[in-house]
Design a protein around this ligand. Structure first.
Ligand SMILES: [Zn+2]
Length: 74
């Protein structure tokens, strides 16, 4: 019935959310290539591309980093 389908969608969404959360929680912290500072897991993206690609701005030295902690050259 329709109700079963709805329940499946809700459960599937919850599982996806838990998997995503686990990926964030168990990910190794990104270290800045410039100063070695560990970046917080839950960062506030400074731009749309950071939100999209996971880059961050170093909390220690202010350098722009990509998702793996490499310095971005522009
Ligand atoms: Zn740094």
């Amino acid at each position: 019935m329709g109700g079963d389908f709805l329940n499946g969608a809700v459960i599937g969404g919850a599982v996806a959310a838990v998997v995503l959360l686990a990926m964030v929680l168990f990910r190794k912290p990104v270290k800045c290539a410039g100063c070695g500072a560990e970046q917080p897991k839950f960062r506030k993206p400074a731009s749309g591309s950071q939100a999209m690609w996971g880059g961050t701005t170093c909390a220690g030295c202010g350098a722009e980093l990509d998702a793996k902690g490499n310095l971005k050259t522009r």
